[in-house]
Design a protein around this ligand. Structure first.
Ligand code: LMR
Length: 405
């Protein structure tokens, strides 16, 4: 049996974590997976999550019964308000169908599956436009449900910034009603986001062409340190009436990676349509996971629904976002002022969120791994959260050395 099953390559991101764990070199650094670390390279359980967990542990009314198929209602309702705004007319009108998912990946999958079954593709073939580059898992998720991915220009290696003209051209030339996956904030892997003015132009073209926005929002709070600020593009799109769905993850902003807490929100034009959409999401969810896990959703629900915990969470998010911003500044200072590393490094401080796209070549990335025990993806992406006051000097010196050789 299984003679014809080919051996699959390891996952490009998770293999780095495995290799890092095996490495015995004292100064090794893991800049691969996008997971927050504190200044001592340790995972950080957010103080607000500790507090919420303590409350849950003492709650005698809780049990391990199944959640409803579409998830914990008080979690999904609060999650919708978090991304769309508490005063969102779409929520008030009952036009939002929200379903709890297995984190952002599950939301992407369920959203993609729903589109593959129900989206009216117009003159275009079934396909999804993904930014070039994007999170590697996006390709796999869409292929998995029979939606072939195609690229749209996004990153310009010359400026280490946004290829805005290329992006807009692609929106304009795509067949009407095409589906475009957009990173709502803190683009992964580049850390390059459109400006508010550019988002407005993108929304206009999407409306003109009746495109569908598949908004992936895995880093709300991580871009600016402010939850509302990071939801601006999403709220603007909803306000303008762009057809859309939102994939929401609490892995990064609540540090709940392994708890798999997320939600899918589909915004419809009427309450009736939203009820039909939700009924179909429920059917899809039932056959895939039956119903989602309760623990992480209860933690997030408690945080979102208690004003004190919510304030505490905002402080924790600011702590993470600002430590990362400090590391950006320090790396920039080391490269430009101390080491005088050849090249322009402005992008290190301009880019947003968990990641920086360094602009180094695959060969230089490989040299960082092989010669310096610094783990990063082959495209030159580094997780800024892996840098801290103890290892940043070693990283800057190593980067300087591979850039010069
Ligand atoms: C990443 O891009 O490193 C994260 O989103 C983790 C993952 O699931 O790949």
């Amino acid at each position: 049996e299984w003679q014809s099953v080919p051996l699959a390559p390891p996952d490009s991101i998770f293999q780095l974590t495995a290799a890092y764990k095996e490495d015995t070199f004292e100064k090794k650094i893991n800049l691969g997976v996008g997971a927050y670390r504190d200044d001592n390279s340790k995972p950080w359980v957010l103080p607000v999550v500790k507090e919420a967990t303590r409350i849950l542990l003492n709650d005698e009314t809780l049990d391990h019964e199944y959640l409803p198929i579409t998830g914990l209602p008080e979690f999904t309702a609060a999650a919708a308000k978090l991304i769309l705004g508490a005063d969102s007319p779409a929520i008030a009108d009952g036009r939002v169908s929200s379903v709890q998912t297995i984190s952002g990946t599950g939301a992407n999958h369920l959203g993609a599956l729903f589109l593959s079954r129900f989206y009216q593709w117009g003159p275009s073939e079934k396909q999804v436009f993904l930014s070039n580059p994007t999170w590697a898992n996006h390709q796999a998720i869409f292929k998995n449900v029979g939606i072939p991915p195609v690229d749209y220009p996004y990153y310009d290696p010359k400026t280490v910034g946004l290829d805005f003209n290329g992006f807009v051209e692609s929106l304009k030339s795509a067949p009407e009603r095409s589906v475009f996956l957009l990173h709502a904030c803190a683009h992964n892997p580049t850390g390059v986001d459109p400006t508010p003015e550019q988002w407005a132009i993108i929304a206009d073209v999407m409306l003109e062409k009746q495109h569908f926005a598949f908004l992936d929002c895995a880093y709300q709070g991580f871009a600016s340190g402010d939850l509302d600020n990071d939801a601006r593009a999403v709220r603007y799109f909803v306000q303008k009436g762009v057809s859309l769905l939102i994939c929401q993850s609490f892995a990064k902003n609540a540090g709940l990676y392994g708890e798999r807490v997320g939600a899918l929100h589909i915004v419809s034009t009427s309450k009736e349509a939203a009820a039909r959409v939700k009924s179909q999401l429920s059917v899809l969810q039932r056959s895939e996971i039956s119903n989602p896990p309760s623990h992480g959703a209860r933690i997030v629900s408690l945080i979102l629904n208690s004003p004190d915990l919510f304030e505490m969470w905002k402080r924790d998010i600011a702590t993470m976002a600002h430590r990362i911003i400090d590391m950006r500044k320090e790396l920039f200072r080391l490269l430009t002022e101390e080491l005088h590393t050849p090249g322009n490094w402005d992008h290190i401080v301009k880019q947003i969120g968990m990641f920086s796209f360094t602009g180094i070549t695959p060969k230089q990335s490989k040299a960082l791994i092989d010669e310096h025990h610094i783990y990063l993806t082959g495209n030159g992406r580094i997780s800024m959260a892996g840098l801290n006051t103890h290892n940043i000097q070693y990283f800057a010196a190593s980067l300087d050395s591979v850039v010069r050789s």
